[in-house]
Design a protein around this ligand. Structure first.
Ligand code: DNO
Length: 355
């Protein structure tokens, strides 16, 4: 594996490349062109400029998170053709710049969903949290405003204000899209993009729906092992793979994370490793990466990745806000650096004990 950190780019991220470079063992970043809108073509010039900037700091781009998918593709409206062509063009430009990993998601309307961005934990740190009871009280149209007040001024990934301003229209667009339709539209998209992925050896790594169940009555499909297997089988190409996000699959306590990892051998292209602390089955908060701070056995997760011979990038995921840092919720420097260091420690111990 390669240890990486997500970086949103100069002007969007409070964390600098220099800081990332100083986290022991972190050699790459997972990044994006944060100011592009879903459906836009990423030009080679812009990709190259990003790459040059990252490389000048002594790091490299290990992958893109995300190239977001336009709603027309998820809904399957006739204009999807144009947006898929644009996506293919973006993949070609990434491939020509020697970038071979793209994380994306196929969640309708909302990307990851949380009800709080700054729940206070007993140690005074703050974390993202989810409570089903709170979701059940929120009008989806108010979701964005209710959450963005705690965003520390950041634009949250997947919660672009331009899209959120059209929230009612978006719900209207998805009104006839059920799980079957969403699978069908995902298949259509994957079939169209696989040739360019084959040509440039680009691994597509779908991110799970977070939380891993339907929210606000919207269909969600990337939620468990059966559905992932269905997705991989319907377009059976090694470039059609997954981002194994422990914190997202782990929201559903029926998902046995180490078993899922072992079953997905060869098709996990990217891993997000983080911990959650459950207060009940449908109320959880994000914890420090350390096993003892949350509910998951992080050693077993790392061991499963080791056992399947995982060689792709791993990143610590959402961190707690600690030491008075002010940053995008989940994406401060300090707790993610602690997370990377802890995961590196587990990995070193596993490697040595297995030899
Ligand atoms: C949230 C992230 C997601 C993820 C996308 C991938 O913090 O895990 O926004 O990047 O769903 O497309």
């Amino acid at each position: 594996m390669e240890m990486t950190l997500r970086w949103f780019g100069t002007g969007f991220d409070t964390v600098t490349l220099k800081q990332i470079r100083q986290i022991p063992g972190v050699t790459g970043v997972i990044t994006t062109l944060y100011d592009t809108e879903p459906g836009e073509v990423w030009t080679r010039e812009r990709i190259k400029a990003l790459k040059d900037e990252v490389e000048a700091s002594g790091l490299h781009i290990s992958g893109i998170e995300s190239v977001n998918i336009h709603d027309a593709i998820k809904v399957g409206t006739p204009d999807r053709e144009q947006y898929i062509d644009n996506y293919i063009e973006t993949l070609k430009n990434l491939g020509e710049e020697d970038i071979h990993l793209v994380c994306y998601n196929f969640m309708p309307v909302f990307d990851w969903t949380r009800t709080e961005l700054a729940r206070v934990r007993p140690d005074g740190s703050t974390v993202l949290a989810y409570s089903q009871a709170a979701i059940d009280k929120i009008d989806p149209a108010d979701m964005f405003s209710s959450i963005s007040k705690d965003a520390n001024g950041a634009i949250l990934p997947g919660w672009e204000p331009e899209r959120m301003a059209k929230i009612k229209e978006l719900f209207e667009m998805y009104k006839d899209v059920d799980e079957e339709k969403l699978f069908e539209n995902l298949k259509y998209f994957l079939e169209r993009i696989m040739p360019v992925c084959d040509k440039y050896d680009i691994n597509m790594a779908i991110h799970p729906d977070d939380p891993a169940w339907s929210v606000f009555g919207l269909p969600r499909i990337i939620i468990n092992l059966d559905n992932i297997k269905r997705m991989m089988k319907m377009v059976d190409n090694p470039h059609n793979g997954v981002t194994f996000c422990a914190g997202s699959y782990g929201t559903n306590r029926k998902n046995d994370l180490p078993t899922m990892i072992r079953e997905l051998k060869g098709r996990i292209h990217f891993a997000h490793v983080r911990n959650l602390k459950f207060n009940s089955d449908d109320d959880f908060e994000e914890a420090a990466h350390l096993s003892s701070d949350g509910t998951f056995d992080m050693y077993e997760i790392m061991l499963a990745l080791y056992d399947i011979g995982f060689e792709g990038p791993i990143r610590p995921d959402h961190g707690r806000m600690i030491w008075d840092e002010v940053a995008m919720p989940g994406y401060g420097l300090y707790d993610r650096a602690l997370g990377a260091t802890y995961l590196n420690g587990l990995w070193e111990a596993i490697v040595k004990s297995r030899k």
